[in-house]
Design a protein around this ligand. Sequence first.
Ligand SMILES: Nc1nc2c(ncn2[C@@H]2O[C@H](COP(=O)(O)OP(=O)(O)O)[C@@H](O)[C@H]2O)c(=O)[nH]1
Ligand SMILES: [Mg+2]
Length: 166
Amino acid sequence: MYGKSSFINRVAKNSRLEVGNKPGVTKKKQWMRVNDKIELLDTPGVLWPKFESQEVALNLSYTGTIKDDILPQTEIAYQLLKLLLENYKENIVERYKISLDYIENILSRPEPENINIYEIMQEIGRKRGCIISGGEVDDEKTSKIILEDFRSGKIGKITLEKVERK
Ligand SMILES: Nc1nc2c(ncn2[C@@H]2O[C@H](COP(=O)(O)OP(=O)(O)O)[C@@H](O)[C@H]2O)c(=O)[nH]1
Ligand SMILES: [Mg+2]
């Protein structure tokens, strides 16, 4: 994950943090004041956060900030697809050329939700030619495509965490 120091430079007016196109440019933790209420901490790398919830861990997995091998890729991709189908259906329609009708149809089936979402995941796989011998969908490959598309912005601009209205 990059752009931490650049971001802080942009937000905190007096900050002149060194940035560079390689890891290790930021050598120590450093607080930068934005205003009288906010201070930002620049860090070398990403500090391991406390996972108060599985949601936090999943969000970090979607973005690729924590290692993929903590959870199976298929599980991460499934959870991401579920989130996208809840909040960004149009992005899925657009990216994978699956009709909104098809998606709504599958999601409204009486089957358990995980079966319905998995069906849509397999449809994405079929659209992308992720087929193993025998004609079955290659779940691993499909998952990889979904995660790569998300991380490179091809699914669009997605917000994982919402700010609560007070
Ligand atoms: N394309 C692009 N490059 C960026 C952006 N933010 C930072 N960079 C570049 O990414 C590299 C790493 O930036 P840096 O702020 O040092 O990342 P850090 O290691 O997270 O502190 C530098 O070459 C920056 O110029 C951005 O929003 N878009
Ligand atoms: Mg830095």
